[in-house]
Design a protein around this ligand. Structure first.
Ligand code: SF4
Length: 450
């Protein structure tokens, strides 16, 4: 261990959407590594402590080492020569970088899409169709006496969600923490999260919509075929009635929902049914609903892309103005149909998880990749940049899963540029090549020779 140590208090963990901002980092500045991450869960500790500045090339063009400037030129040329380029990823970078990515898509009349399209995309569609009754996680901590998780497993995916926000913390109106709360869960199997639940309903796979609609009928006092619902969901109707009565009787209820609801049969209809149930419950008490988000700044991506285009993901600028159509403009789909002729990926690796037709098309088109480490996608890329890691090396803004923005407190500097710096440089070169004036844009390139 070197002599040059520092401590970063209230650092922000960007490993998951909980974005815990109470982490204390011990940093060895000589060795450029974090030696301790107090308060972080096991996932957060691994995120910080396993972060090392490796000796990767700054940039590669066709697999050969290149300077950042050469790679910026090559990336800009790919973009301006493409007829239908697409930019994808963005959920593991800062809002400042996301903003630059939207600007590039706008200048190029390109597509822009985020990883929301393959996780909570159906939720984004349901928000637009049904609306959203929402609250911050601080309100949940201080007020919620009924907490439900539907189709998610926070114990493994968001390990501090229970402890920091929704199950065990003591709050203003919840002085005894867990003792003052009823915890209910709905899933297709008992998960590790079940140990904190008071009520756990194991439903038949693919029956979320029917159960939610039956609960809506019970809240509203409407008649329905109880036997059919029992058969479809595998839950006795008396159990559902008891659950609904508890929900109506609470002071402040919240339903957190995960991809077990949004990425199964029914998708945006499921999310819409849950949001409609939440609205119905507000005739009796205060009830809110919120998706549990995976990536550290996927919520920021939704916010930034929405500020600038009016829509959260799956957007095409190809008519000169933004159009939103999931399934048509979402990256997995434009790739699988072989439509786009260039792809830029930012902090994401679709080459390792998209469908076979999408990956086959990726092999045929030029890819520009920005990532802190080599990935399957960066190895397929014509131009690959190594970037600094947000939160660990790069300051900026991220959004917690409840849409609360937080400022990052990085631990040490990286030799690599940030996503934002590279995107600004590419944007400026695109504007030069296209003869577009960027006068008045304060975000100018900060890249230095690498
Ligand atoms: S819960 Fe998520 S944000 Fe919080 S420390 Fe663990 S991984 Fe990091």
């Amino acid at each position: 261990m070197g002599d040059n140590q520092k401590t970063v208090k209230n650092a922000v963990c960007t490993f998951c959407g909980c974005v815990c901002d109470d982490i204390e980092l011990s940093v060895d500045l000589d060795e450029k590594r974090i030696t301790k991450a107090t308060n972080a869960c096991s996932l957060g500790r691994a995120w910080f402590i396993e972060h090392k500045v490796e000796d990767y090339p700054y940039a590669l063009i066709d697999g050969k080492e290149a300077s950042v400037e050469e790679a910026v030129e090559a990336a800009a040329q790919i973009f301006v020569n493409a007829k239908f380029p697409s930019i994808y990823g963005l959920s593991d970078t800062t809002c400042e970088a996301q903003k630059q990515a939207v600007a590039i898509a706008d200048y190029l009349n390109a597509n822009i899409d985020t990883t929301t399209s393959v996780c909570h995309g159906p939720t984004g569609m349901a928000f637009q169709g049904v609306g959203e009754s929402t609250a911050s996680l601080g309100e949940v901590k201080n007020r919620a006496d009924f907490v439900m998780y539907w189709g998610g497993n926070p114990a493994e995916a968001h390990p501090r969600h229970f402890q920091r926000y929704a199950v065990s913390p003591k709050g203003l109106n919840i002085p005894n923490g867990k003792e003052d709360r009823t915890i209910a869960m709905v899933d297709i199997r008992k998960t590790q999260s079940a140990s904190v639940s008071d009520i756990f309903l194991v439903i038949k796979p693919g029956s979320d919509f029917e159960l939610l609609w039956a609960m809506r009928a019970l809240v509203k006092g409407a008649k329905f075929d109880e036997k059919a619902v029992e058969e479809k969901t595998n839950i006795a109707i008396e159990v559902v009635k008891d659950l609904v009565e508890k929900m109506k009787a609470c002071q402040f209820g919240v339903i957190f929902f995960g991809m077990g609801l949004t990425m199964t049969r029914g998708r945006h209809f499921n999310a819409g049914a849950l949001l409609a149930l939440t609205t119905d419950l507000n005739q009796f008490t205060h009830f809110v609903a919120a998706p549990t988000r995976g990536h550290g700044n996927v919520t920021g991506a939704d916010n930034v892309v929405s500020w600038q285009t009016g829509y959260p993901f799956g957007i095409s600028f190809n008519r000169g103005y933004p159009r939103f159509n999931p399934g048509e403009w979402t990256t997995a789909d434009v790739l699988a149909r072989g439509e786009i002729d260039a792809l830029c990926t930012i902090a994401t690796d679709p080459g390792s998880n998209f469908s076979r037709p999408a990956i086959e098309h990726m092999k045929k088109i030029p890819i520009i990749s920005l990532d802190p480490k080599p990935t399957v996608t960066s190895q397929m890329a014509k131009v690959a940049f190594t970037t600094a890691t947000y939160g660990v090396n790069v300051p900026g803004t991220v959004y917690r899963m409840d849409n609360v923005p937080l400022s990052l407190r990085p631990a040490f500097e990286s030799p690599y540029p940030s996503d934002e710096e590279i995107l600004i440089a590419i944007k400026e070169r695109i504007c030069e090549l296209r003869g577009i004036s960027v006068t008045g844009n304060k975000n100018t390139s900060a890249l230095t020779a690498a």
